[in-house]
Structures are given as structure tokens and as C-alpha cells.
Ligand binder design. Sequence first.
Ligand code: DQA
Length: 148
Amino acid sequence: MRILVLNGPNLNLLGVREPEIYGRRDYAALERFIREAAAELDAEVEIFQSNHEGVLVDRIQAALGAFDGIVMNPAAYTHTSVALLDALKAVALPAVEVHLSDPDSREAFRHVSYVRAACLKTVSGLGFESYRQALRFLAAYLRGEREA
Ligand code: DQA
């Protein structure tokens, strides 16, 4: 089972960026956390971060035939990007939306998620743990298990 984990803009600044919201652990720590969570599930994982919308579109397109599913934190593009929504719809791979914080309980402009319409589930508000829950759900889904 091969899962692509995509992280959007400013997540490379974890630890520095608004630590009261996103925590004090850095992006390298998030990558380690994701690799450990994937290993627990016997899933292969590739992790990629970009600050550029088109680069993320390219990675989603390239996932077709190479990955079984996608876990994505589109970060700010969550709330703006029809292009990411269309890319997810185009490849039609099972996808899970993930957020460290809970955008639904923050500013009103964060309450809209364009990508959500192309995702099986959204996991948010659990910090790094959101990624573990998203990977667990996706792995169970890909294995054909009912309960995730
Ligand atoms: C985020 C939430 C978004 O609203 C924000 O723009 C981010 C990070 C999160 O993980 O909590 O950059 O996706």
C-alpha cells in the first residue's frame, strides 16, 4: 500500500509559525511522526511539501498509477483552491483531508474547504495526531475494512 502525504504552504515553518496554534515541533518532527504512523500500518509513505499551488497540482497528477491514496493538508489552499479540488477529482484516488488545527472553529474564511468535496473524510484539530488518524482511516478504507 503506497500513500502520498502532501503538505501545503507554510507547513515547512512548523515550530516557528504561530506555535500557539500549530505547536513547537518542527516540520522534520512531523515527517518522522508520519513515517512512524505509516510503519504501524505497514504502509509505504512518500511525504512532500510545497508552498506552490501548481507544484501540488503536479504531484497529485503524478500520483495516478503510483499511489493508492492521498493524505493532504492543503494548508491555506484548502480555502481557496479549485485547482487542487479538480486535481483530486481528476485522479480520483481515495483522499483524506487533514489539518493540525481545527479550521472550522477559527476565522470564518477558514470554514470553507474546496478540497473536502473530493475527500472521503476530514481529520482536524488533533495536531500531529490528525495525520495518524487520517492514515489509519485511509489504510482501513484501502484494505476494504468497514470501520476505520
Ligand atoms: C491548516 C489550517 C489552515 O487554515 C491554514 O491556512 C494552514 C494550516 C492546519 O493544518 O491547521 O496553513 O491547514
